[in-house]
Design a protein around this ligand. Structure first.
Ligand code: KG4
Ligand code: ZN
Length: 342
């Protein structure tokens, strides 16, 4: 049936994702998460996540095949996240993918998780135009990618030098005494606050940083600024205006992310922007990106949130693109890479 049927497996963090994609059509996407277990510890424990992947892998695979009414023998290729991510969790996915490739005699493709966050949008909004910009923002990554061909030609223009956007939100959440992960809680508080109440710093936007770090991000200085601001009020025995702190903090993050991304689009003559990763749920980022893209004449594509958080569809989508591009399969002895470059 024409287009290859690709099975995608994702295990880089706390989600066990398995999906089937034919061409650019998503057949089924199944995700099992171990976040409930991690929330109790206030962060992701790699050993706990690895064990959860090991237990969830076959049931998630079986549910995916069952829902699609597909037999494993019909699968043409196996794609798996080879990095970046947590080594233990990545290893569980890679081991499962290798076992399937070996048993079925089908090619294995180890792919990059961050590029997957961009590739998944092709399943939702159709094939990419010739050149797109992708902003991938989550708890683990904040990267700006220039995509000439999602399978073969992706350039990282910039990334975070310290915390990822979601990670900064989670740290500020802890500071404000919010449950983990704090990102969605800050977002909720921010909606009732004044984003102009406090002028927090915009990382790496000063003239001296522009030359070297035009498209890089840094959020740890902002996090420290928020901590100092809050501590000073606490020491003075004043009440903390949490809504205004949340809104002003989120404003700084959204401002830097969108300003740098749009500058990169203009610099590289790109008129389509894809935003992916779990942080793309953030209200202020969405609003500001929509407004500024409209002003700049840039088409904004953001997949529904379930395809922005980690999932198997993003890996199957990228695997499918790689197969269609005629890229050679990976060897069965490939390793995983926690900080895999593009
Ligand atoms: O992609 P994702 O589910 O997992 C990672 O790969 O990290 O992203 C989760 C991250 C967490 O840091 C979470 O706090 C943040 O994204 N996040 C948000 C929002 N929703 C999720 N941060 C701010 N506002 C939100 N609405
Ligand atoms: Zn991710």
């Amino acid at each position: 049936a024409g287009e290859p049927l690709v099975l995608g497996i994702e295990t880089s963090c706390d989600e066990t994702g398995v999906a089937l994609v034919r061409g650019r059509e998503l057949l089924v996407d199944t995700v099992a998460s171990s976040m409930d277990e991690h929330a109790r510890y206030g962060g992701i424990i790699p050993e706990v996540a690895s064990r959860a992947h090991l237990e969830a892998m076959i049931p998630t695979l079986e549910r995916t095949l069952g829902t699609a009414d597909v037999d494993l023998s019909e699968v043409d290729a196996i794609a798996v996240t080879a990095g970046p991510g947590l080594v233990g969790p990545l290893t569980i996915g890679a081991a499962a993918a290798k076992a399937l490739a070996l048993a079925l005699g089908k090619p294995l493709y180890g792919v990059n998780h961050v590029i997957g966050h961009a590739a998944v949008d092709e399943l939702v909004h159709g094939a990419f135009p010739e050149r797109v910009m992708a902003l991938v923002v989550s708890g683990g990554h904040s990267s700006l990618l220039l995509v000439d061909d999602v399978a073969t030609a992706v350039t990282e223009l910039g990334s975070t030098l310290d915390d990822a956007a979601g990670e900064a939100f989670d740290k500020v959440g802890r500071l404000l005494g919010l449950p983990y992960p704090g990102g969605p809680h800050i977002d909720r508080l921010a909606r009732e606050g004044d984003p102009t109440a406090i002028r927090f710093p915009r990382g790496l936007t000063a003239r001296k940083d522009q030359e070297k770090h035009a498209y890089d991000f840094s959020f740890s200085g902002l996090k420290t600024a928020v901590a100092r601001w809050v501590e000073a009020r606490q020491d003075a025995g004043e009440e903390i205006p949490v809504h205004d702190v949340a809104a002003s903090f989120a404003e700084s993050v959204a401002d830097v992310l969108t300003a740098k991304t749009i500058a990169a689009c203009e610099r590289h003559g790109v008129s389509t922007l894809v935003v992916g990763g779990g942080f793309s749920a953030n209200s202020q980022l969405r609003d500001m990106a929509a407004t500024r893209c409209a002003e700049a004449g840039i088409e904004l594509r953001i997949p529904p949130i379930r395809y922005c958080t980690d999932n198997g569809a993003m890996i199957a989508a990228l695997g499918s693109a790689v197969v269609r591009a005629g890229v050679a399969p990976s060897r069965l002895d490939i390793g995983v890479d926690s900080s895999m470059p593009l």
